[in-house]
Write a protein that binds this ligand. Structure first.
Ligand SMILES: C[S@@+](CC[C@H](N)C(=O)[O-])C[C@H]1O[C@@H](n2cnc3c(N)ncnc32)[C@H](O)[C@@H]1O
Length: 277
């Protein structure tokens, strides 16, 4: 296993209302053709809650094909097992791949993504690839966390510890997306460089989710791929170190089991981007 879809499904639910509100707002200004069949892509759908509970009900009737994609096969299998809609299929897809599958290129009228691009090491490349998957004039609506990534900054610190270095060295020089004082300038430059039109965006630096500490911890643990790469006999020790560092990175104390049901305001700076190919 690389990720745990069920654990993610059960714990990562606190962003659904925010994603829905913003999707509804931004979809008003999207150009969604009404009189021809449309093809839709979700990038990084995870265990599918936003996909099934938020996105699908918002799609117009003339959508004839919906493809849910994620780089993790466990997420794909989990989502597939819940599917009852014949218009929906799934693809294992890493949006930063150098070679995108031919059959997906220029295929989609609309692409959506929620909290996936937070995990891209190269934001520009992810957006550029998205442009390749969209038809000419196809549109993208994409929400993601910027400025902070508790998971990858934890990996960066773990890479400084000898015994975890072999599993985390890719993160030794990790830098979080859009951390500068003018993230809007950085974002505009990315879209200018890749030749997509940035139509609208909004930053929510103070956005926070009211989550229990346990939900926060479990949601991140469910996505911790490194744990599964560490030899079995070291996994417990790795998890302890991961939790100690993660706790410092996100400034939440997970030590005291008795306080894990406590609801806290978990800051999650978010940006939503609407762009056209
Ligand atoms: C935090 S989850 C978000 C899931 C869902 N969209 C949501 O809003 O709840 C991020 C998802 O993005 C996927 N992901 C991360 N990097 C990716 C990449 N390069 N290409 C495709 N999917 C990726 C992860 O496997 C994970 O399922």
């Amino acid at each position: 296993m690389a990720v745990n879809p069920l654990k993610f499904y059960q714990n990562a639910v606190y962003h659904l209302d925010h994603v829905k509100t913003q999707y509804v707002n931004f979809m008003k200004s999207m150009n969604i053709p009404k009189n021809r069949p449309l093809s839709v892509l979700d990038i990084g759908l995870g265990s599918g809650r936003v996909f099934y509970e938020v996105l699908l009900p918002l799609l117009p009737k003339n959508v004839s094909e919906i493809i849910g994609s994620d780089r993790e096969i466990e997420m794909i299998d989990f989502c597939r097992s819940m599917n009852e809609d014949p218009r929906i299929t799934f693809e294992k897809l890493d949006i930063t791949d150098e070679n995108l599958p031919n059959h997906l290129q220029k295929r989609f009228d609309l692409a959506f993504s929620s909290y996936c691009f937070s995990y891209l090491r190269d934001l520009r490349h992810g957006f550029k690839n998205t442009g390749k998957l969209l038809k000419p004039d196809g549109e993208l609506l994409n929400m993601f966390q910027y400025k902070k990534n508790g998971m990858y900054t934890t990996y960066r610190r773990l890479s400084k510890i000898e015994k975890w270095r072999p599993y985390t060295e890719n993160y030794a020089n990790y830098t979080t997306n859009l951390t500068g004082p003018t993230p809007e300038v950085e974002l505009e430059k990315i879209f200018k460089d890749i030749g997509m039109t940035l139509l609208k965006y909004k930053f929510f630096p103070e956005y926070h989710m009211d989550m229990t500490k346990r939900n926060i911890l479990e949601a991140y643990v469910s996505l911790d791929k490194v744990y599964w790469e560490v030899p079995k006999h070291q996994q417990e020790e790795y998890r302890k170190d991961f939790m100690a560092i993660f706790s410092e990175e996100v400034e939440v104390d997970f030590d005291d089991e008795a306080t894990l049901e406590q609801v806290i305001e978990f800051n999650f700076p978010t940006v939503i981007v609407h762009a056209r190919n």
